[in-house]
Design a protein around this ligand. Structure first.
Ligand code: 1CP
Length: 336
């Protein structure tokens, strides 16, 4: 039997609302925090197949979710390409200097070998799943390029003119990223992932006249390749506002994940049937129950007769209580 999230995307089903949460693995569950405390090196934790599989499975031990996302990070790609990546407490990711020769000359075989524990973790998770989808993921070229060049979160320090210095170098890096992102997602599919999500978390930092070159075109090539494996692709170009429909026309994702600035009723009219995921502001989950219910229902009502996967408009915040996740699942399961 095909799992229901996959069916919603593939067949455009509207009679059931699958549910999962971005960043459901890690971050807010006490059982994750316990593992994390004993494993201070985050990269090493992502490369521990047994523990990564365990963390991925933690949410479904507690909750009735339709999918598992593999515990990993989008920055495992720069790491696999030979750039130093560290996660500092209270600061976030810090990347080392970028050596273009090392990156552009990384061999496929070496990259796969370096990241092989991630694929192994997927095979372990897959063995433990029944009637649920297993989501593999990668960062989009633009978001990865941004971290690789900025060497830290663009949240703290970002100037697009410093990022886009040499056009020809950008082109080479983007082409390399297109290849390696596809390779990384293909390995995840071979290991057992049956849906792929592409996170373009910082697409919203691109000015409109650069969206096509840095976001739509590179992402569309990756999406086309993943679709050729018969695997649906969910895209999340966070923060692009009015450009969501242009994104869908150019990239043709199997499903589009919307952020919380998007009006659900309006977007539905513009997307002509492309399945939609997400939308709810993660900050709502920190507030009173009545507000949560009202807002969850806003999305359920807006997408009543439309293929829709319930999710948030960005990742679960670390302060979120596990009971709140349970409460939302109940509302979604009980909807008429
Ligand atoms: O210190 C810690 O405990 C590490 C916290 C943490 C965790 C649990 C990081 C560091 N990454 C992750 C896991 C992770 N990252 C997953 C696991 C599966 C899941 O639960 O969904 C996923 C899908 C990601 C993806 C990711 N990493 C994104 C895209 C999604 C998004 O939130 O926008 C991004 C931008 C990253 C980079 C990253 N990794 C970690 C942090 C703190 C960040 C963000 C840094 C920033 O704000 O710029």
């Amino acid at each position: 039997m095909e799992a229901k999230l996959y069916k919603c995307i593939k067949d455009g089903k509207t009679d059931y609302t699958p549910i999962w949460f971005m960043r459901q693995a890690g971050r807010y569950l006490p059982e994750f925090m316990e593992i994390r405390k004993k494993n201070p090196d985050f990269i090493k934790l992502c490369l521990n197949d047994r523990l990564s599989a365990e963390i991925s499975l933690q949410p479904i031990r507690r909750f009735d979710l339709d999918a598992v996302i593999i515990f990993s990070d989008i920055l495992m790609i720069p790491y696999g390409l030979g750039q130093k990546v560290e996660f500092k407490k209270g600061i976030g990711p810090i990347l080392g200097d970028l050596n273009f020769n090392v990156i552009l000359n990384t061999k496929t075989k070496d990259f796969i070998e370096k990241l092989s524990p991630i694929y192994k973790a997927i095979t372990i998770v897959k063995k433990n799943l029944k009637n649920k989808n297993l989501i593999g993921f990668a960062g989009a070229p633009w978001t990865l390029l941004l971290y690789m060049l900025n060497k830290q979160s663009p949240k703290n320090n970002f100037d697009i003119n410093k990022i886009i210095k040499s056009k020809s170098l950008m082109r080479d890096l983007i082409l390399k990223l297109e290849d390696i992102i596809f390779l990384h997602t293909k390995e995840q599919v071979n290991a057992g992932a049956d849906v792929i999500q592409i996170f373009d978390s910082w697409a919203g930092l691109l000015p409109k006249d650069k969206l096509s070159e840095y976001c739509y075109i590179p992402t569309s090539k990756i999406v086309k390749n993943i679709k050729s494996l018969e695997v649906p692709v969910i895209c999340f170009p966070r923060g692009i506002g009015d450009n969501y429909s242009d994104f869908c026309s150019a990239v043709k994702p199997s499903c589009i994940s919307i952020d919380y600035e998007i009006d659900p009723k309006q977007i539905k009219e513009k997307l002509h049937g492309t399945p939609i995921q997400g939308g709810l502001d993660p900050k709502i989950l920190l507030g009173p129950k009545e507000e949560i219910k009202k807002n969850v229902e806003k999305y359920l009502d807006a997408f009543k007769d439309y293929p829709y996967i319930f999710n948030l408009g960005h990742g679960v915040l670390p302060e979120t209580k596990p009971e709140t996740i349970e409460y939302i699942i109940q509302i979604v399961r009980n909807k008429k």
